[in-house]
Design a binder for this molecule. Structure first.
Ligand code: UDP
Length: 251
């Protein structure tokens, strides 16, 4: 890893300078955090699975015309992506009541929402990622109204596609988080999907049993974390070449 310049180290990924200008390498770690990094742990093999799951989903989304930063997977833990300026907003898409929504409004987890809800959180660890509205986002200059329009449109397209994809493999897409970035072409920029989509940032429940197959297994100490991520990969049909992750054999 030392041959490349590290640009940034986050909670679950490291970003390195890419081989060509305008590219970045995303390295997927096994580290996991929850509750604004108050809870920390390592899930052996998670980075390998998230790299593959995210590659799969970004490739399919690219195929239906959603612009993304994904270029190609390089190896077990790394993928090459386009360098973007990250919009400092976490976009949460919700189909079913869970997590902070259940807590905030006293709702029962598992209730299907009458319509999909989009929420925005300002990315600031020190502030605990506060919930914000479009008004805050444009007033504080985090994104323009045009950019937010594109972001909301894309988030809904991603949700429609992914909800169907997961339903087809017996998984309920409860909620998930997306991040977007600005891709610059001289003085112009356009919004593309960035970061990752993996069980770290999605709630995925088995459609039959409601068993959780996502990071809530880590957050809530439910056990079998890597087995659940592996099950998601297996159902998506991307486990064929990597059968030994759950034994912790792949690094
Ligand atoms: N999420 C995320 N990163 C965050 C906060 C939330 O990926 O910093 C995801 C989370 O995995 C879930 C969805 O966004 O799929 C909604 O999370 P929620 O607001 O319910 O917060 P949580 O209960 O995870 O604190």
């Amino acid at each position: 890893m030392s041959r490349r310049r590290q640009i940034y180290e986050g909670k679950a990924k490291i970003l390195y300078e890419g081989p060509e200008p305008g590219t970045i390498i995303q390295y997927f770690k096994d580290d996991a955090t929850a509750f604004n990094a108050q809870k920390k742990g390592t899930i052996s093999g998670k980075g390998v699975l998230n790299n593959r799951i995210s590659e799969h989903l970004f490739t399919l989304l690219g195929g239906i015309g959603v612009p993304t930063h994904f270029i190609r997977r390089l190896n077990m833990r790394e993928q090459l992506v386009r360098q973007v300026e990250i919009v400092p907003i976490e976009v949460v898409v919700r189909n079913v009541v869970a997590g902070s929504l259940a807590k905030r409004f006293g709702l029962e987890e598992g209730t299907t929402l009458p319509r999909t809800i989009l929420e925005y959180y300002y990315k600031d660890d020190a502030l605990g990622d506060p919930l914000v509205t479009d008004e805050h986002i444009s007033a504080f200059g985090w994104a323009t109204q045009d950019e937010m329009h594109d972001i909301a449109d894309m988030a809904i397209r991603v949700n429609d596609f992914m909800a169907g994809l997961f339903a087809g493999v017996g998984i309920r897409l409860v909620d998930f988080k997306l991040e977007f970035g600005r891709l610059y072409d001289q003085e112009f920029s356009r919004i593309i999907l960035a970061d990752e989509i993996s069980p770290d940032g999605c709630r995925l429940w088995d459609a039959q049993t409601n068993e959780k197959l996502d990071k809530d297994r880590f957050r809530r100490d439910l056990g079998n974390v890597i087995e659940s991520y592996t099950e998601v990969a297996r159902r998506l049909g991307i486990m064929k070449e990597m059968p030994t992750v759950i034994q912790g054999g792949i690094h």
